[in-house]
Design a protein around this ligand. Structure first.
Ligand code: FAD
Length: 291
């Protein structure tokens, strides 16, 4: 099934993101996680793609397992930075032969050691180039958006670049993490004004580790509102308390987003079953209500 058709059902689409185990761990280490996450009945599960294709085989295998063993739609991430057309063709074939119909089309981050002149020399410069190519191959295609602006651009340019990405054929959008819902509502006002009218899913991460979240937010440039910073500071050295507070904060964000009328919630699960269960249990009635 094409995931874009799920957004017409008049209720929020709930999805999860998982990542393949790193090179030190075998792929089997994620099988139980997928099995348990599947019991929470997500509408779809997305699988990340390591920088430069480093997890390519595992991404395909996990996306295929989700789709073909658990009958849950999978959204396979794919980045194009530094990739040739023939490399993209070969991974497209792998996805097609595994019955995967949905791809999150991404440019990816430039490798640290990449020469400035090489950054725009590939067969696909921006995610929008990959999106147009994937649409020709009949995929349902998602794209990324940044409620607080992508770190390489100013907000106006980034907004117009998002419009180009949608005009290239993006079927729905998933956000980078954010901790202040008002930022997303303001961003959505702007995208409405310039005629971006595909479904928007909001990416939510339950924080369970203060150091990790500070690293992630400094990498992606997303802000930490005072209310959230107080939690991080108060419970930084108390892991159980931080987990409780982080889950409560994520649930509050999700309930507010759904009440506001967001099209979907994309939960960055960090492959954690317990945390995901607590969140899903807390929204079991809310998720089934009409938007
Ligand atoms: P683009 O949409 O191409 O945008 C990149 C920059 O170029 C932006 O500043 C944009 O404003 C600008 N731009 C876009 N189009 C144009 C144009 N036509 N002309 C001029 N400028 C333009 N990374 C991974 O490596 N693997 C993953 O699995 C992964 N999953 C992700 C999932 C989500 C939901 C999100 C939000 C991000 C994910 N990322 C992942 C990170 C992502 O690859 C980086 O944020 C990357 O820097 C940008 O990718 P993009 O697809 O948004 O790029």
């Amino acid at each position: 099934m094409k995931i874009k058709d799920m957004y017409n059902k008049n209720r929020p689409v709930i999805s999860f993101e998982v990542f393949p185990p790193n090179t030190n761990h075998s792929i089997e280490t994620i099988y139980d996680t997928i099995h348990d996450l599947a019991t929470f009945n997500p509408d779809f599960v997305s699988v990340t793609y390591g920088a430069g294709g480093s997890t390519r085989g595992k991404t395909v295998e996990i996306a295929s397992l989700i789709k073909n063993k658990y009958n849950i739609e999978s959204l396979a991430h794919l980045t194009c930075v530094g990739a040739s057309k023939s490399e993209i063709d070969s991974i497209i074939k792998e996805y097609q032969s595994n019955n995967i119909e949905n791809i999150l089309s991404l440019r990816g981050d430039f490798p640290k050691d990449m020469d400035e002149k090489d950054k725009h020399n590939g067969d696909f410069t921006y995610a929008s180039d990959l999106t147009a190519y994937l649409k020709k191959n009949d995929f349902c295609v998602a794209g990324a958006y940044y409620p607080e602006t992508h770190y390489e651009n100013n907000d106006l340019m980034d907004l117009f670049n998002l419009k180009k990405k949608v005009d290239a054929g993006t079927d729905f959008l998933i956000s980078q993490i954010f901790f202040d819902n008002e930022l997303l509502y303001k961003f959505k006002d702007k995208t409405d004004k310039i005629g971006i009218n595909v479904p928007f899913s909001a990416g939510i991460i339950p924080v369970t580790n203060a150091k990790q979240i500070k690293r992630i937010t400094s990498l992606c440039g997303c802000s930490l509102p005072p209310k959230f910073q107080r939690i991080l500071e108060k419970y930084a050295d108390k892991p159980e308390a931080l987990t409780e507070a982080g889950i409560a904060y994520a649930i509050e964000q999700i309930i507010d987003l759904i009440s506001w009328g967001i099209d979907g919630i994309h939960l960055y699960t960090m492959n954690k079953v317990d945390t995901t269960k607590k969140i899903m249990d807390s929204i079991s009635h809310i998720r089934d209500l009409s938007k």
